[in-house]
Design a protein around this ligand. Structure first.
Ligand SMILES: Cc1cc2nc3c(=O)[nH]c(=O)nc-3n(C[C@H](O)[C@H](O)[C@H](O)COP(=O)(O)OP(=O)(O)OC[C@H]3O[C@@H](n4cnc5c(N)ncnc54)[C@H](O)[C@@H]3O)c2cc1C
Length: 387
């Protein structure tokens, strides 16, 4: 049986980032994903906020044009334009980014196993026996630490006996490649309790690609049907004249219950969506993927250096939860707005001076996920300090 310091399940942004950092420290890392090709079946829109592209350097060619303008629409399409003097958002070219990060991982010595499914884990104090399956063939590997980066419905969380996500919204979108690019890059957000119950509908237009999507709480929400109706409502005004070609559909669950409490034990830990590391307010999970993975890499590095499994318990969700209280409350308020007239009224308030300041704070503030001292781990030559 092959033995590794660390086995990471899931090669999304969280798993790739963590694998890269640990391999950079000279650790033996096995990274597995059930996909045969990481560039297929992408589920995220890929909007990175300013805080992320300021703090982390991205491989060349992986980010789209900067977006400075946001327009927030009421259910009756009354617009509240918000403009920043800085670049606020960039839509990631996620296929290029995943491919590029995987190449970096492999260059650093990560062993990658595609088309490989996590089945279960046998836990022992100083070692895990991780059971995997590749094209119908079962095999085991030994790993001192097992990391679950396997998304919102994490099988690793269940197998390790850690907390699991219980609250989520569902997002679904279509991606169009634009042939005629004359519009200023803009993020359009639509409040509509019928088309996007408890969340938003969106059009993210960076001049090259247009993502049009809806998100909402799953009870009674039919994302495909909602997107069809949303397109009927907005297509002519926003996309109709752009000669746009449908290139992809994306979708999936987004956990919005906040970082889970028990995200580590002596055998392993959770990162990314598996840990519930998504802003409960904005449902943005990409920035948290990078920051939590950096913190996880520090904890795992310490556990391997000291050979003390108890060190893993320093990776606790309680460190983060307290920082999310105001966002929890704002999520509660938004999810309670099930009435169109109430939403229309809320949008009217937002058009006032104080309301607009609040909206600007939500869209342009630098507060998506708590900093964990390691803002620049993705920069070239950056070192991962010990805790
Ligand atoms: C429609 C939609 C739009 C979104 N838009 C944005 C956005 O614009 N900005 C933003 O910040 N956030 C956004 N999010 C949230 C963000 O995409 C996620 O928080 C982030 O991608 C999570 O990354 P991850 O690496 O934790 O998980 P994932 O990207 O889900 O990766 C998990 C990986 O694990 C693999 N896997 C799962 N189970 C197994 C198994 N049993 N065995 C082996 N492999 C397995 C999967 O194949 C996958 O590759 C969006 C989410 C959705 C659904």
């Amino acid at each position: 049986m092959t033995a590794f310091d660390v086995t990471i399940i899931g090669a999304g942004l969280a798993g790739l980032q963590c694998a890269k950092l640990l391999a950079g420290k000279g650790r033996t890392v096995l990274l597995v994903d059930r996909k045969s090709d990481l560039t297929k079946g992408i589920h995220t829109t890929g909007i990175f906020v300013r805080k992320t592209f300021e703090d982390f350097s991205f491989p060349a060619g992986t980010l789209g044009q900067p977006i400075r303008n946001v327009v927030l629409y009421s259910p009756c399409l009354r617009a509240l334009p918000l403009e920043s003097k800085q670049d606020e958002f960039r839509v990631g070219k996620m296929d290029v980014l995943y491919r590029s990060l995987l190449r970096e991982c492999i260059d650093k010595g990560v062993e990658f196993s595609d088309s490989t499914r996590f089945v279960s884990v046998d836990k022992h104090r100083h070692e895990n026996i991780v059971k995997l399956e590749r094209t119908g063939r079962s095999f085991d590997v030994a790993a001192k630490v097992l990391i679950g980066a396997d998304g919102a419905a994490s099988a690793v969380a269940r197998s390790l006996g850690l907390d699991e996500n219980k609250e989520w919204i569902v997002g679904y979108e279509e991606v169009y490649r634009v042939r005629r690019s004359n519009a200023e890059p803009c993020l359009h957000c639509f409040l509509d309790s019928r088309l996007a119950p408890g969340y938003l509908a969106w059009i993210a237009d960076d001049g090259e690609d247009i993502h049009i999507g809806v998100g909402g709480y799953p009870a009674g929400f039919k994302p495909r049907e909602a997107l069809k109706q949303f397109k009927e409502k907005v297509w002519g005004n926003f996309i109709g004249s752009r000669n746009a070609e449908l290139i992809e559909t994306r979708g999936g669950r987004i956990p919005v219950g906040g970082v889970l409490r028990r995200i580590a034990n002596e055998n392993g830990l959770l990162i990314g969506d598996a840990a519930g590391a998504v802003s409960p307010l904005t449902a943005g999970g990409l920035d948290p993927c990078l920051r939590l993975s950096a913190f996880a890499a520090k904890v795992v590095e310490k556990r391997l250096t000291t050979d003390d499994p108890a060190t893993m318990l320093e990776f606790s969700g309680d460190v983060f939860r307290a920082r999310f209280i105001s966002r929890f409350w704002m999520r509660r308020i938004i999810s309670a707005c099930t009435n169109q007239a109430l939403l229309e009224l809320g949008c009217l308030v937002l058009r006032g001076r104080i309301g607009k300041k609040l909206a600007e704070h939500v869209f342009f503030g630098r507060g998506s996920f708590p900093d964990i001292e390691l803002a620049d781990v993705m920069r070239p030559n950056a070192r991962v300090p010990s805790i």
